[in-house]
Design a protein around this ligand. Structure first.
Ligand code: NDP
Length: 400
């Protein structure tokens, strides 16, 4: 019998939906690289419904309670008086998600002596102090690939939205305007431009594939070079470092994980090496960019636009400068939690829990930390260390 504490985002302001725009979602079996979609023995939810918010409960309540486990679901995650802080002290398992991150700091891990398993319902476990998880012998797992294609589609959408000045043009319509010149004074075609991808993993590679038909010049940098066949198929130019990539690109889309090597990678120095008028789209993690350096670069015109869906902290306070900086097209952290993606990550969490309770191994591709060290996908894509050394900022930032 385990206590499972789960932190999820709030329900819609007008209540949990009674109906949806569509009746179903496509049934997929495999991801593009051949990895099988989640294979739980059973699910207790309808794919295509809202599962990532508190009332959705990732569709887990019946499964957990029928098996005698205690299941706490909350949105209250920041600060010492939060429900999360209170419930974690005797929790065996914590489930959290990147869109509404329950920052699991070393201090919080130290307060949870029974904690054994931490599951990220999504991809990206940087809101967990992985070094502390390794030191504490915890298992950390995430649902690799569950929303990679969702994010790649969002990134392509934001690249086009920035280039074509879509959001300001939409706003003119809503304001009863027809201000063509106002709309197009910042509008360009993507065709012929050089696009650079930082981190050509599952998402980055999917973005490259999706951009190929736009007749652009495609560039990437990564710690591991792609196979020659992939480079040839898409006509990719490899750059051994990010500096060489940004010097020649018109658009840069960021898709590497946040870890000690990538924190604040896009700072004043790197931004100054870019072509004037470059666009950045960051759907990876907010802290890969230096918050204030991005604002300065937009204000000076060094950047023509910035979009993405990732911030630090999340949720950002009302006075977070990215809410009001010029020429941005930011969304909240939504790209990886479409209804389509939710069905996959809810099924993936269920698969991991079934394995855990049955004493079966968790798929290697889901593992981030196991047995005191980085494992599975974690060993491939992260570096050891406390990559979230700023997570305490989240609670502090909120109080300011
Ligand atoms: P992958 O692990 O498939 O890809 C990440 C890639 O980044 C890998 O190829 C990795 O290289 C590369 N990389 C790591 N460090 C560096 C570096 N210093 N410079 C350049 N490249 C680097 O993960 P995904 O593509 O599935 O996801 C990527 C990130 O996107 C996640 O970590 C997460 O932060 C974010 N994400 C955001 C979501 C959202 O909703 N906005 C949802 C899902 C993910 P290699 O492995 O070759 O060493």
């Amino acid at each position: 019998m385990a206590k499972v504490t789960c932190v999820l985002y709030d329900d819609p302001v007008d209540g949990y939906p009674k109906s949806y725009p569509r009746d179903d979602i496509p049934k997929l079996e495999y991801y593009p690289d051949g990895q099988k979609l989640p294979t739980p023995q059973k699910i207790d939810f309808k794919p295509g419904t809202l599962l990532g918010c508190v009332s959705g409960e990732l569709g887990l309540r019946r499964f957990l309670e029928d098996n005698g486990h205690e299941f706490i679901v909350t949105t209250s995650k920041d600060g010492p008086d939060s429900v999360f802080e209170r419930e974690l002290v005797d929790s065996d398992i914590i489930i959290s998600q990147p869109f509404w991150p329950a920052y699991l700091t070393a201090e919080r891990i130290a307060k949870a002596p029974k904690l054994k398993l931490v599951i990220t319902a999504g991809i990206g476990s940087d809101h967990i102090d992985l070094q502390a998880a390794m030191n504490g012998g915890l298992t950390v797992a995430e649902i690799t690939y569950c929303n990679s294609i969702s994010v790649s589609e969002h990134a392509v959408m934001q690249i086009l939205a920035l280039l074509h000045n879509y959001i300001p043009s939409y706003e003119w319509v809503v304001k009863n305007g027809w201000n063509i010149a106002d709309c197009v004074e910042r509008a360009y075609d993507l065709e012929g431009m050089s696009i650079g991808i930082v981190g050509a993993g599952r998402i980055g590679f999917a973005v490259l594939k999706r951009l190929k038909p736009f007749d652009v010049s495609l560039h990437y940098t990564d710690r591991h070079r792609l196979p020659e066949s992939a480079e040839n198929e898409l006509g990719l130019t490899y750059h051994p470092d990010v500096e060489s990539l940004v010097r020649i690109c018109d658009v840069v889309s960021i898709h590497c994980p946040l870890h000690p090597e990538t924190e604040h990678m896009f700072n004043d120095t790197l931004l100054s090496k870019m072509k004037r008028g470059t666009y950045i789209v960051n759907t990876a993690r907010g802290k890969i960019c230096d918050r204030d350096a991005i604002v300065r670069a937009l204000q000076s015109g060094q950047l023509a636009g910035y979009a993405g869906d990732v911030w630090f902290p999340e949720p950002p306070p009302n006075d977070h400068p990215w809410r009001t900086m010029p020429n941005h097209a930011m969304t909240p952290h939504v790209s990886g939690t479409t209804l389509s993606a939710q069905a996959r990550y809810a099924a993936g969490v269920r698969e991991i829990l079934e394995c855990w309770f049955d004493g079966r191994p968790i798929r290697n591709e889901y593992l981030v930390v196991e047995g005191g060290k980085l494992a599975g996908v974690g060993a491939h894509s992260y570096t050891a260390g406390n990559l979230t050394k700023g997570t305490d900022e989240a609670a502090r930032f909120k109080k300011e």
